[in-house]
Design a protein around this ligand. Structure first.
Ligand SMILES: [Zn+2]
Ligand SMILES: [Zn+2]
Length: 364
């Protein structure tokens, strides 16, 4: 496969500024590094948040959800199952964790590694430059876990697995066993909420309830098998929503509530969990402001609150295997497709929430 001297990239040059199309020289590969030709990059809320706030790393190449074909490699590299990765393989890859810090080595929580590179936000001026998916080519760092994409999974869905779905798999791993009598509530009907609904449905919950908006996304939740849905546009009073969950669960509350709606949904979600239940908080958006949680809601209620951040190689692998099963019409999440030169439209569509997930095809 031929490798050009330069990649064509989208560049974020200023807060909320229109992304520019530019050229960046393809860097020399470190030992065990690889270069991928991007087949699809998908956007999520994090990209929009960084666009509004990541001034210190600008200019950067956006996009932290990518699927690409390996077109160059330096030395040998294996995927997460131990199979060699060859030129021509279609893959996704995890953030490279350092493997040497306290979180990587002692706590065995590599997603907390302070030394990891995080794609779609690193300054383009710093080697290896090509660390975002909105580009014809992306650098695959030596320490990244690499996962081959099954033929049955499209590149855009594989890209989306590299963020939302891998985090959900990590979250469910931390949630642990699901007894067959339990009911879950999923807060949120965005891509994370819909993926979480699909995973929850496949994990053996007795019932899975979905709460979100707008009506079009609530309809998708219903179609994907939510046992009951609540549209927050129709029920704007949080107390009414909490009451709805209580009624749906025989008066005791949900055994598990899964937050996929951002931090602002946490206090309400904690009220929806039954005493002694579990709260799995996945959605990161909504800022870091005080969410006003009463300590009584946590200690007297004996809640188990489980946070989750990102995922390691095994979660990416599990996410792709889940997509491969094809039990849900996941393609419905990809609502718009764009060429690289139209990346600004993709960002605007995500910002306006007219897109659930926008996919960019930089080499089409
Ligand atoms: Zn993402
Ligand atoms: Zn580390």
């Amino acid at each position: 496969m031929s490798v050009p001297n330069e990649a064509t990239v989208a560049l974020m040059t200023g807060v909320d500024q229109k992304p520019e199309i530019s050229k960046v020289e393809i860097p020399k590969l470190e030992p065990r590094a690889m270069l991928a030709e991007i087949q699809a990059a998908t956007l999520c809320g994090t990209d929009i948040h960084l666009w509004h706030s990541a001034a210190k790393s600008m200019p950067y190449i956006p996009g932290h959800e990518s699927c690409g074909i390996i077109v160059a490699k330096s030395g040998d590299h294996s995927d997460v199952t131990g199979e060699p990765v060859e030129i021509g393989d279609r893959v996704i890859w995890a953030y490279p964790f350092c493997g040497e810090c306290f979180y990587c080595s002692v706590a065995n929580q590599p997603t907390m590694c302070p030394n990891a590179l995080r794609f779609g936000r690193e300054p383009v001026a710093v080697y290896p430059h090509l660390l975002g998916g909105c580009a014809t080519h992306q650098y695959v760092p030596p320490r990244s876990s690499v996962i081959k994409v099954p033929d049955q999974v499209s590149s855009e869905l594989a890209a989306s697995a590299a963020c939302a779905l891998r985090t959900i798999m990590h979250g469910f791993e931390r949630l642990g066993r699901v007894p067959a009598h339990e009911t879950a509530v999923v807060q949120g009907t965005g891509p994370v909420g819909l993926y979480a609904l699909a995973v929850a449905k496949s994990r053996g919950f007795k019932r899975v309830l979905s709460i979100g908006a707008p009506a079009t996304r609530v309809a998708v939740a219903k179609e994907w098998g939510a046992d009951a849905t609540l549209n927050i546009d129709e029920v704007p009073d949080r107390n009414e929503r909490i009451k709805w969950v209580t009624e749906q669960t025989g008066g005791i509350g949900a055994d598990v509530v899964i937050q996929c709606a951002g931090n602002v949904a946490v206090p309400e979600g904690l009220e929806m969990v039954r005493a002694g239940g579990r709260y799995l908080s996945i959605g990161e958006g909504g800022g870091t402001h005080d969410i006003g949680v009463s300590p009584r809601a946590v200690s007297v209620k004996m809640l188990n609150i489980i946070g989750v951040r990102s995922g390691a190689g095994r979660h990416f692998y599990e996410a792709l295997q889940f997509l491969k099963q094809g039990k849900f019409p996941f393609e419905e999440l990809i609502t718009g497709t764009y060429a690289l030169e139209n990346v600004a439209d993709a960002f605007n569509g995500m910002k306006a929430m007219t897109e659930v997930k926008a996919a960019i095809f930089p080499n089409s």
